[in-house]
Ligand binder design. Structure first.
Ligand code: F0G
Length: 363
């Protein structure tokens, strides 16, 4: 029997994510139960965008519906539970914003001190506030994400009191992030043919690939997808096969020049017969607008790199029409109000009468 199905029939409503997939996670009876309601995110058919591209089975996995608005919560719940189990008192991470928002929230729920180190001026406003409001101590450095990651690795190794690094170099993070692949197989009744995903520090593409492998190995999925990763053109070290010292992109979440899980991501690409390519900021913003206006899905710009890549491949005739293709939308659009604001026109303003409102609408 499917262990996921067994765990989900508790008769007490929706199970916790890590109970649902316990058979595939490093959870024991000694692991504290912690949850903010992560996982169980929607798989939405992209009918209008799919029709325009000539793709019959195009979907989005809407990870912005996790508790802190990004996929990071899947891994953070496992990493923080294991940190608690090991007696940690504090958490630390570097971040382009979402990891810090998630670490701060789960740290608050677990009663742990949280320190986050961020590239100054490069964090979307909502993400920064999430970390601050939930009580993390935030240190902004005059440097980029790659430098911030080096700093926190050093601090975690040399700290005088137990402090757990919760970046995706913490193996429990990737373990938890595998659950998105399990959900996809459970919702589709099979593995997709193509999994399209933005690539930054390269942890998520690696976690999905491990998750599909686990399900396939357990006989719960008969096939494996091809993994299609997309980096922003100004921050595409894996595509170019060299570190980028000064990565630049409007997609600040994936503004990373030296991904920690580089080798794992390349392995996922090779083993799956997939690809890792780049998309320009203009392509990312166009995909982001299409998702919002044609499908009603408001994700953050970085998330739209997955669809931007699929749009490009479709235009180049490199996709099979009937393939089941899932684009992972990694985070919520509400996190980045500045980019959103720059993309919309001025408000229509009117006096409080039906006639005046009709007038500004041109009716
Ligand atoms: N999309 C979003 C919205 C992200 O926040 C990230 C990474 C990615 C995609 C890329 O995933 O790093 O596993 O390849 N954000 C990290 C952070 C780096 O600090 O929040 P990845």
């Amino acid at each position: 029997m499917n262990p996921a199905a067994a765990a989900s029939t508790t008769g007490r409503g929706r199970p916790r994510l890590i109970e649902r997939y316990r058979a595939f996670l490093p959870i024991t009876d000694a692991t504290p139960a912690l949850s903010l309601g992560e996982g169980f995110t929607p798989l939405v058919r992209l009918d209008r965008i799919g029709a325009a591209l000539g793709l019959a089975n195009l979907y989005a996995k809407v990870e912005g519906q996790n508790p802190t608005g990004s996929f990071k919560d899947r891994g953070m719940v496992v990493a923080v539970s294991k940190a608690l189990e090991a007696g940690a008192r504090a958490l630390i991470c570097a971040s382009t914003g979402n990891t810090s928002a998630s670490a701060a929230a789960y740290g608050a729920a677990a009663g742990l001190e949280v320190v986050v180190v961020l590239p100054r001026g490069q964090i979307a406003a909502g993400k920064l506030l999430q970390a601050q409001v939930t009580g993390a101590r935030v240190v902004a450095i005059e440097g980029n994400f790659d430098q911030a990651l080096r700093v926190v690795r050093e601090l975690a190794e040399s700290a005088s009191h137990p402090i757990t690094l919760v970046n995706s170099v913490n193996p429990f993070r990737l373990e938890g992030q595998k659950t998105a692949a399990f959900e996809l197989c459970d919702d589709l009744g099979r593995a997709p043919d193509v999994l399209a995903i933005p690539v930054g520090n390269a942890g998520n593409i690696s976690a999905y690939w491990a998750g599909f492998g686990d399900y396939h190995g357990a006989g719960l999925a008969q096939s494996l997808p091809r993994m299609f990763g997309f980096q922003a053109a100004g921050a595409a070290p894996i595509v170019l096969d060299r570190r980028i010292e000064a990565p630049e992109t409007i997609a600040t979440a994936i503004r990373i020049g030296d991904p920690a899980s580089w080798t794992k991501a390349v392995r996922a690409r090779e083993e799956s017969g997939g690809l890792i390519e780049s998309v320009t900021d203009d392509q990312i913003l166009a995909a982001w607008r299409d998702l919002a206006r044609q499908e009603g899905l408001f994700c953050e710009p970085s998330s739209a790199a997955s669809l931007a890549g699929i749009q490009r491949l479709a235009a180049e005739n490199r996709l099979e029409r009937d393939a089941t293709i899932v684009c992972v939308l990694t985070g919520s659009g509400l996190k980045d109000p500045k980019t959103a604001e720059a993309s919309v026109g001025d408000l229509l303003v009117a006096d409080p009468t039906a006639g005046a409102v009709a007038g500004v609408l041109g009716w």
